[in-house]
Design a protein around this ligand. Structure first.
Ligand SMILES: *[C@@H]1O[C@H](CO)[C@@H](O)[C@H](O)[C@H]1NC(C)=O
Ligand SMILES: *[C@@H]1O[C@H](CO)[C@@H](O)[C@H](O)[C@H]1NC(C)=O
Ligand SMILES: *[C@@H]1O[C@H](CO)[C@@H](O)[C@H](O)[C@H]1NC(C)=O
Ligand SMILES: *[C@@H]1O[C@H](CO)[C@@H](O)[C@H](O)[C@H]1NC(C)=O
Ligand SMILES: *[C@@H]1O[C@H](CO)[C@@H](O)[C@H](O)[C@H]1NC(C)=O
Ligand SMILES: *[C@@H]1O[C@H](CO)[C@@H](O)[C@H](O)[C@H]1NC(C)=O
Ligand SMILES: *[C@@H]1O[C@H](CO)[C@@H](O)[C@H](O)[C@H]1NC(C)=O
Length: 322
């Protein structure tokens, strides 16, 4: 156990060290449909000091930039964003980050020619030797081919009338900001967002749904067949369950009353017997009594629980009189 804990702690420390040693954190490979808007979430952790030639100097980030397909992104390397000249850059590239820790970059209306690249982030500080480029970078792929898929907010394709369901048009490659067209049994619907909210559902909502991108109609999703169950059917469906539960509770109550009655009678019988005998009768399990009682001539033929307790009392009373 202790060994395991130590191992876990060690793994955790390694993880932390790994995260801390990574001054720029890029998203994994990004794929986007051409024409869409891509957001590259990114964070960086600059040092506060730099160990120069023998002395430690305080440093501060004064400039950030993003470059395409360049290992270092320094000097006069063309860049897609430069905080020093924010107006000279490609207007489709927008820096959503800051100079402290957020290096998120957004690219609008992407196209394969200009935007498919490995992008790298560079931070520059007020001490030349302290500049830093995150060399691993992030790969951006732009495509016109991706598989659209409809994902439902419900596991079941059968949904009861009056309920709501949300169908989401999704794909591996993002298509943010691109208009989505929705069809039910081939009929164009008026919605144009990536999520289709349906409800309260009626029988008319049943059908085969497909989604596509308005400017890329060749990307048609597989149909998703939704069937809306009748409300009446649903209620009948629930009826046996309700009846079953009520019957179950009633049976349990009856059983409880019977048991209570038996206990009460037994107690009364014991009291009676003490009043007659005066001293405590020897404690013998009921089983033994009933065995004896079956041989008692007064006992009679078939015995249920109550008969047994009466019979045993009679037997004891006879015993005491003797
Ligand atoms: C911060 O300092 C460490 C140790 O000198 C170095 O490995 C790391 O690359 C530095 N990070 C940045 C962003 O300069
Ligand atoms: C600078 O050097 C000192 C002492 O050698 C060390 O503790 C510190 O971590 C170093 N800082 C960086 C940013 O490398
Ligand atoms: C960088 O800027 C910080 C904060 O303004 C300052 O304390 C530091 O002395 C500067 N470092 C250099 C090398 O100029
Ligand atoms: C970075 O900035 C973007 C845009 O403002 C924001 O959505 C994101 O949450 C920020 N990330 C972090 C880690 O703060
Ligand atoms: C990005 O692509 C380059 C070349 O296409 C490849 O060498 C590199 O490993 C990729 N990096 C990531 C993070 O996928
Ligand atoms: C989409 O993702 C799935 C698994 O997440 C993968 O099997 C499939 O190859 C991907 N498709 C594309 C076009 O990248
Ligand atoms: C939906 O498609 C399935 C087969 O994919 C078909 O059996 C069914 O009749 C279709 N439903 C409607 C309402 O067109």
């Amino acid at each position: 156990m202790a060994g395991w804990d130590k191992k876990l702690l060690w793994c955790f420390m390694l993880l932390l060290a790994g995260a801390a040693a990574q001054p720029v954190m890029y998203p994994p490979h990004v794929c986007a449909v051409s024409g869409s808007t891509v957001t590259l979430p990114c964070t960086f952790t600059p040092n506060n000091t730099f160990n120069g030639t023998g002395v430690e100097v305080r440093i501060q980030v004064i400039r950030v930039r993003w470059c395409q397909n360049h290992q270092i992104c320094h000097g006069s390397t063309p860049n897609v964003y430069d905080s020093r000249s924010p107006n000279n850059n490609n207007h489709r590239y927008k820096y959503l980050g800051d100079l402290k820790k957020n290096c998120t970059l957004q690219i609008k209306n992407v196209n394969k020619m200009e935007d498919e690249a490995t992008l790298r982030f560079r931070m520059e500080v007020n001490y030349t030797m302290g500049h830093f480029t995150g060399t691993s970078g992030v790969n951006v792929t732009i495509t016109d081919r991706t598989k659209l898929k409809i994902v439902s907010s419900r596991d079941n394709r059968q949904v009861a009338e009056g309920q709501t369901v949300t169908l989401q048009c999704s794909a591996n490659c993002t298509f943010n900001q691109l208009e989505v067209s929705w069809f039910r049994d081939g009929q164009l619907l008026s919605e144009s967002g990536p999520a289709l909210l349906l409800g309260p559902l009626t029988a008319e909502d049943s059908g085969n749904y497909t989604c596509t991108l308005k400017i890329k109609q060749h990307l048609l999703s597989e149909p998703y067949s939704l069937s809306v169950r009748d409300k009446e059917e649903g209620q009948h469906g629930d009826l046996p369950l309700i009846v079953g539960v009520v019957l179950g509770i009633l049976l349990a109550l009856i059983a409880l009353i019977v048991v209570l009655l038996i206990i009460k009678r037994k107690r009364a019988a014991e009291k009676n017997q003490r009043a007659v005998g005066g001293e405590e009768p020897p404690r013998v399990p009921d089983e033994v009594y009933s065995n004896i009682v079956t041989f008692d001539p007064q006992g009679g033929g078939d015995l249920d629980m109550e008969d047994v307790s009466y019979a045993s009392v009679q037997f004891q009373q006879q015993n005491q009189r003797r």
